[in-house]
Design a protein around this ligand. Structure first.
Ligand code: URA
Length: 195
């Protein structure tokens, strides 16, 4: 079993994010299916203690629902479990401190496919994807589907997607396509892995 920073996940003080949080946002959802991995809890997630509960989560729910998965049909977690101040990106040391929780989450939920929501989650699951995230995603989605075509993390196939925050989702790719279009294609690929 993984070395965890605290026995009770709700009292973790492994990094400085514990000082500003209202609640630790624990993973939730069904085991053995699709798990979305986000960056960090935002304001609403911090208040409610539920992952992807705010606007970015509603967009994610809507896109997954369009591809046949309701909110109860997929699981959620984040690279860090506590909200960073002012929703800044989590720091390297904070991500490292939370890593044992992520490992334990994936062991416990045993997902069949991971949907890495945004660049921070993608860089954590696939470190060599740090640069040219959207170009790499586009290239990956061009390839035929199948387990062997996807990168893996802890042995689980990973489909990266753009972040669903309004800021990221409403942008365009350098060649002018809506980023949301890439997001829909990524979700379709991830859901197809469940067949
Ligand atoms: N909500 C989350 O729980 N994670 C994100 O990455 C964004 C919104």
């Amino acid at each position: 079993m993984t070395d965890l920073p605290a026995r009770d996940p709700t009292t973790c003080v492994a990094c400085a994010l514990c000082r500003g949080r209202s609640r630790v946002v624990l993973p939730d959802g069904p085991v053995g299916g699709l798990m979305a991995v986000g960056e960090a809890p935002g304001r609403q997630e911090d208040e409610q203690g539920v992952g992807f509960a705010g606007p970015a989560g509603r967009t994610l729910d809507r896109v997954l629902a369009e591809h046949g998965l309701g909110r109860r049909d997929y699981a959620r977690t984040n690279v860090v479990r506590c909200r960073p101040p002012d929703n800044r990106r989590p720091r390297r040391a904070e991500i490292a401190a939370c890593q044992p929780w992520l490992t334990a989450t994936l062991e416990a939920f045993a997902p069949r496919v991971l949907l890495a929501v945004g660049q921070t989650a993608t860089a954590q699951l696939l470190p060599y994807w740090t640069n040219r995230h959207l170009e790499r995603l586009d290239a990956l989605l061009e390839r035929p589907s199948g387990d062997g075509e996807l990168p893996v993390y802890q042995g689980i196939p990973v489909v990266p997607m753009p972040h669903t925050s309004g800021l990221a989702w409403n942008r365009r790719t350098p060649d002018g396509r809506p980023i949301s279009e890439l997001g829909h294609r990524a979700v379709a690929r991830a859901v197809a892995m469940l067949d």
